[in-house]
Design a protein around this ligand. Sequence first.
Ligand code: GAR
Length: 222
Amino acid sequence: MAHINLGVFVSGGGTNLQAIIDASEADKIDATVVLVISDKEDAYGLERARQHDISAVHVPVGRNESPEYAAADQWHVQLLAEYDVDLVCLAGYMRLIGPEVMTTYAEAILNIHPALLPSFPGTHGQDDAADYGVKVAGCTVHFAWSEFDTGPIIIQAAVPVLPDDDGDSLAARILAQEHKIYPQAIQWYAQDRLHIQDRRVIVDNAPPPTILEAIISPGLEI
Ligand code: GAR
């Protein structure tokens, strides 16, 4: 694939969207965000899109399985076609994507989750990890399947959990890594280097792990 068009779904602040836009504008990825969709009218992610002259659309979704939900699913498909979207990126989108989008974009929908899946799926991954008392937490970019936070894993980053952490401080440490791994996963997709084999994703010519800080927690004393 040469240069791909991205449709990004957001529900909130959109810092992952911003990281993707920045990577695109800096020519670090062979991809352009052409459309941003949100279920929330006041999502700051929509404002970020407008600041970059990217089309931003509020699509109310209603309750799961309601007529409004089905209509939103159809509207999503129409918008994605209208903007010639190649890859759908869920970036803090807190609703389940509908069946029409799932079918139309089979194996072309990515999601980011703020935990080391399959641990701590759901909407409070960072709080759940902090409360559980894990020593290492992190984030995951994966292909989206119709169940929340499932689907073959492309890339993960791990961070230490420090003794004074609460959900917020841990979330901030994880978020910094999200902003690195999401553009990377998109670039591999754009380069056609991702291949799904059952649950595994093979990355062609995968680089060795990047280890910036050792992830040994608690630290070594000898
Ligand atoms: C991110 O931490 C993302 O991983 C998470 O929402 C946050 C959105 O932040 N997504 C989920 O929890 C999905 N289950 P952002 O709007 O600043 O990108």
